[in-house]
Design a binder for this molecule. Sequence first.
Ligand code: PEP
Ligand code: CO
Length: 453
Amino acid sequence: MQHSDPWSPTSWQAKQALQQPVYPDAKETDRVVSEIAALPPLVTSWEVESLRDQLAKAAAGEAFLLQGGDCAESFDECDSDNIASKLKILLQMSLILVHGTRTRVIRVGRMAGQYAKPRSSDSESRDGVTLPSYRGDLVNRIGFTSDERIPDPRLMLRGYERAALTLNFVRALADGGFADLHHPEYWKLDFIRHAKLASDYERIVDGIQESIRFMEAVADIRLGNLGRVDFYTSHEGLSLLYEQAQTRKVPRREGWYNLSTHMPWIGMRTAQVDGAHIEYFRGINNPIAIKIGPGMTPEWLTGLLETLHPNNEPGRLSLIVRLGAGNVEGKLPEFVETVRKAKRDVLWICDPMHGNTETTGDGIKTRNFDNILSELKSSFEVHRQLGSHLGGVHFEMTGEDVTECIGGARGLTADDLKRDYRSQVDPRLNYEQALEMSMLIAGYLRGNGHDAR
Ligand code: PEP
Ligand code: CO
């Protein structure tokens, strides 16, 4: 199905929009949306374009994408330690992946806007009281009182401001000494108690510094760009009023940009071809992604490719596949085949988190490190067998020493989860697990003779 109807930032409003809050006060909601629309954008169109070029390279096997962050950011955790440690773990992981893949690594955080969550039910009941479900800090509050749960449009404005504060700090860090590849020793290893992991990391950092010194000595230059890193943001484009408010035209460029983030994605729960989210996403110029789970069918995927990727522009569309370790071999080949038949180029990304969520005997949501790794390895393998290419990975992770996922080098058990489980939503890899995961991927790619560039 090709959409030929006119598009505007509000044309989604004529379609069915799933997972949207019901705001009690329409006037106040309009006022907030207009206020956000009049405030400056969070990102710029040239950054968005630059990310799209880089994603095109990743789709072609000339770069690798690392995307990661919290399942849901919270307004309360918008502080310097949290932001710096998230940036740090992403930088460290990317360094390990650069070293392992000999390929440029594109860093994209689930950051500065990952505030809205899809829910399986619109309401939640406790002891005979029924209230709206918590939908993320952009919409309402987690406490179980009607004051906290009734959707408040002003939280969209708070979200915009929190995103701006986060981005401001990330940009300052990424531009300054914090990210300087001449001094990766600034990114001290926190929370690493596993000696082999620490020494492997030190070895990689030493190797990189040695290469930099070598290059600079041979070429008699200082690799100035190493003082800053590119860092991009992404979030699930779930709350369409929030996205609409930040959808702009810019001087001297055609079309519309969502300037709340570089790379918004569509969750599978809201990916109906004739639904409001697809209507909104088809009209923006940003590189976009869709989450694809086991319920995706060839017909559905074909409809999405035709609607969202009609001109096959390089870097436009990424598919974030999240099947569960046991489903990759059975399902992924059909998706690859469907994309081939439609004659589209996409960037294939593996999200090894969301298909591997389980509940412990104590009722705690967790994920097992081995299943996460296994989904990744099967995905690399299936793509390789099909002559396709997995060009990126998507993690829920944190730079903190939490205990939310089980396994890893220090063998966290279900009992350990009670020690420091902080996520309000999905369990994340902790700092040490994230570092280890990137080393295992890098080692795996090297071991398989991954094309070294
Ligand atoms: C998420 O990425 O947090 C999420 C809700 O994922 P999915 O849409 O893949 O379930
Ligand atoms: Co999640």
